[in-house]
Structures are given as C-alpha cells and as structure tokens.
Design a protein around this ligand. Structure first.
Ligand code: CA
Ligand code: CA
Length: 401
C-alpha cells in the first residue's frame, strides 16, 4: 500500500467536513478515519449540549456508510458519542474507486472531534492483500467495553481475513477484544463466561492470538468487521485477502466471468452481441436471457448460468472477435469514445432489466445477427420456434427450447 493523501484535522467539527480525492485511474483504496465523540452526559457536564451526544455520520460519494445495524438515527452513526464517551474510534473503508473525483463527507451532530483522514492505495506488489497496521488509537485507550475499530469492505470478493492482537491481563481488570463479523459475534470457544470476547485477557495470560478465516469467498456488496475493546488491548494487524469485483467504471474481468455480478455479466453479453445495434435490440437481448431463466425448459434458472451455459452465446468464447472487448470493455486495444458510451448504455440496460425498471417488451429466447442465414437458423436452432421481430440487424425468436 502507498499513502496518497492525508489530512490531520485535529479539531472539533460543527459543520459537515468535506474531503475530496481525485484519482487518475481506478484504484483499490484504504481509507482510515479517526475521530472521537462525547456522550450526552459528558456534554451536559461540560455545558456543551443539553441531553444530546456527539455523532458523526459517514458518507462516501453521497452514500451513507453505517457500522451498526441499529436503525435509530443517533445510534446508527459511524461514531456514536453515547457509546464512545469521548474516546477515539477508527473507521476503515476498503473500496474500489473509479478514476475521477470522490468525496468523503463527515456530518456531525453537536461537536465531535475529527482527528485524521488517511488514504492509501493498493499496489501490484501487495498481491491482493491489504495489511492494515494501526499506528494511532492503538492500544485502545482504557475504558469498559466500547466500539474501537470498524472496517467496511465494499465491492470486494473477500477471500481471507486475519486479525492479530494482544489482550494482556492486568492486575485489576482484564483486557478483552470482541470481534463482530457482519453482525455475528465471533465466540471464544475456550471461555464460557467471556464467550463474547474472542480475545480474553484472563484466558490468554499475555499471549498473542490470531483470528483467521480462509476460503471465505464472500460476494456480498458490503462486508463489515467491528472490534470492541475492553480495557486497553493492542492490535497488531488486520490482513485482508481479496479479489476485485468488476464494476461499471472498472469492468476489466478477473479472469473468471463467475466473479462478475449479474449486472456486469449481462452488460458484457449485451455489449458483445449488440454493441452497434439500436437500444431496443439491446433491451430485447437482455430480456431474452431473463426469459430463458424463467422458461422452465432446459436452460438454467440463474442469469449467470444461462449466459455461461455451454455453446449458447458466441461473445463468451475466447475465439470470438469481440472477446477482447467484453473482458475489458473500457480498455481494450482500439477502444473509442463511442465504444465506451455503448458499454455504459449496456450496463444501464442490464441494471434496468434486472431491477425491473425496464419492463419486458418480449418473450424472445433466441436471436441471431450477422454470420448465419435466416433459413439455417430457423431450421437448425429454433425448429419449433416463432419469429418475433427484426430490430436493426438482429432477428428475434421465441422457442420452447
Ligand atoms: Ca446525537
Ligand atoms: Ca448518538
């Protein structure tokens, strides 16, 4: 990882704090934000506010990111003063960011303290691994159990996770760390009484412990980790093994179409089949895939399986002349402005069809364009089918199989 931008803000914020980042090319970025927030009681005692705690709500590119599933506005904040009681919390975001401008907005309630924002970028030599080594807010400042660090992982295929920490046993009280993954507390098998604390000072007697998960293979759009500290534990490192998930702005394939989302894979197919055809033909192609998933015939029931079904769609074959285009729609040899525009249209159609925003115009299950004759197609491919419509240079058919 290389650090690309840092701001040591070191002050209370009473107005939304806006941080901007401009990337020359798409990049996997790790964003670290450290801030603290006071409770309603602390705010009363210091006459800062009456029965109101500090909070910070976090937005990346105008989308709110929460670290708690609590629906209540005040508790949902990424930094919640009533839990933090004036102490620091680190929030990490790992995200694939497209080239261009990005914004991080930190919207305060009352007057929380923003310490720093640091952005680093993954490099080739990192080999699909982000190692986070916390410098600040480490060890945790002494306190009874409270949020300490949250990690929000966006649009990445999470493959492995390792967290190394030390929770020493002190004279009076033990240090402990609780680990929550996607809302699930990771249990400490060794300890019945402190089962919710994966690192338990009493059991560890000063020894380090590593939490390790491999072969996770999570395709979730968001993956959440939360660490709670009790006492003053120390975090060595969080290692995250990942694979990129292609996005509309960074659609280069991973080497396996199965890593694509349905939207991206469908967009690739539309691009491969009908990039130069009218919009209507693209919508029909997209719906013909959906129609196959619903036909109850010999076709599979998922979009991905239908598109990748053997010998069904030519663009998916490595020998196809459009293959280089569909595996890297924005960056293949000879790509032009119109091609890029076409990719975005294909994606918008794929998304619209999958989300139901673009209604079905057809029951088509088959189509063909240049390369074969109508007679051959009707005799060999859809002998029991029915011709529906010609759009541009593409002929559409319905067939039961
Ligand atoms: Ca509040
Ligand atoms: Ca709050």
């Amino acid at each position: 990882m290389k650090s690309i931008k840092q701001e040591n803000v070191e002050r209370e914020i009473i107005k939304p704090y806006n941080f901007q980042l401009v990337l020359d090319e798409p990049a996997l970025c790790l964003i670290e934000i450290i801030a603290s927030a006071k409770s309603w009681w602390q705010n009363i005692k210091s006459r800062r506010a009456f029965f109101k705690d500090d909070d910070i709500f976090l937005f990346l590119d105008n989308q709110e990111l929460t670290t708690s599933t609590n629906a209540k506005q005040d508790a949902r904040s990424a930094w919640n003063g009533n839990e933090l009681k004036g102490l620091e919390k680190t929030v990490l975001i790992a995200a694939n960011l497209s080239s261009g401008k990005h914004t991080i907005d930190l919207k305060p309630d009352q007057s929380p303290y923003l310490k720093s924002i640091t952005i680093s970028q993954a490099e080739k030599k990192d080999n699909g691994k982000i190692n986070y080594i916390p410098i600040a807010n480490n060890p945790a400042k002494k306190s009874p159990g409270r949020p300490w660090l949250s990690y929000i992982i966006l649009d990445l295929l999470v493959a492995s996770l390792s967290i190394s920490a030390r929770a020493p046993r002190s004279e009076k009280d033990d240090d402990d760390i609780k680990l929550i993954i996607n809302g699930q507390i990771q249990k400490n098998e060794k300890k019945i009484r402190h089962a919710d604390w994966y690192w338990c000072g009493q059991a560890l007697k000063g020894e380090d412990k590593t939490f390790l998960l491999t072969n996770i293979n999570s395709h979730a759009k968001q993956y959440n980790l939360d660490l709670y500290s009790d006492g003053s534990p120390y975090l060595y490192t969080i290692g995250l093994g990942y694979q990129r998930i292609p996005t509309v702005d960074n659609p280069e394939w991973t080497g396996d179409f199965r890593d694509d989302t349905d939207e991206i894979l469908l967009a690739r197919l539309i691009l491969g089949e009908t990039s130069d055809e009218p919009r209507e033909a693209k919508v029909w192609v997209a719906w013909s895939v959906i129609n196959r998933t619903m036909a109850g015939s010999w076709w599979p029931k998922s979009i991905k399986e239908v598109i990748l079904q053997k010998n069904q769609y030519d663009p998916i074959k490595p020998t196809s002349p459009v293959y280089k285009k569909i595996i890297n729609p924005l960056n293949y040899d000879g790509v032009g402005v119109a091609d890029k525009k076409s990719w975005y249209e294909c994606y918008e159609i794929a998304q619209g069809v999958i989300s139901g925003k673009i209604n079905s115009p057809t029951k088509a299950t088959h189509f063909f364009g240049v390369g074969v004759t109508r007679e051959w197609f009707e005799k060999n491919i859809v002998p029991n089918g029915k011709f529906l419509k010609k759009i541009g240079n593409t002929y559409f058919y319905w067939s039961p199989n």
